[in-house]
Design a protein around this ligand. Structure first.
Ligand SMILES: [Zn+2]
Length: 141
């Protein structure tokens, strides 16, 4: 049609009329099909980034648990997060998520393993402290 400005999809190159133009989150022009595909990838990427962020949360909360740890909840949530990150980053069949965090893999492994070690030490200290308390009781009575 004359007078109608043609633009092309940034992904597949299909010519689009103005009413067919869609914009991705990063403001690229896409046709309906490519836009749907980009949405899927963005969703997968978000899941991948969540795995990475969970590993970071695990190590940060493990460090915080030394100074702030009411009812040892920080240790518990740090441990759960570390195990989640550690098992998710290499899980078979989840490559559509983990392909987006390949470069972060070493950091994810280091953070979650370190968090598990720190939490294990804290749990061990708690057990030692509790058994010391119960021993004190035994001696007293
Ligand atoms: Zn397209």
């Amino acid at each position: 049609m004359q007078g109608m400005q043609q633009v092309a999809c940034n992904f597949c190159g299909t010519g689009l009329t103005q009413d067919q133009v869609l914009y991705t989150a990063d403001a690229r022009i896409a046709c309906a099909q490519c836009n749907a595909k980009v949405d899927l990838v963005v969703g997968d990427m978000r899941v991948g980034h969540n795995i990475r962020n969970t590993a970071y949360y695990a190590i940060i909360s493990a460090a915080i648990s030394f100074v702030f740890n009411p009812l040892f909840l920080v240790t518990v949530s740090s441990m759960i997060s570390a195990i989640y990150a550690l098992t998710s980053v290499n899980r078979r069949g989840d490559e559509r998520f983990t392909q987006h965090i390949q470069g972060d893999k070493p950091a994810i492994l280091i953070c979650s393993i370190l968090a598990i070690v720190i939490n294990a030490i804290i749990i061990l200290l708690i057990i030692v402290a509790l058994s010391a308390v119960s021993e004190t009781r035994t001696y007293r009575y």
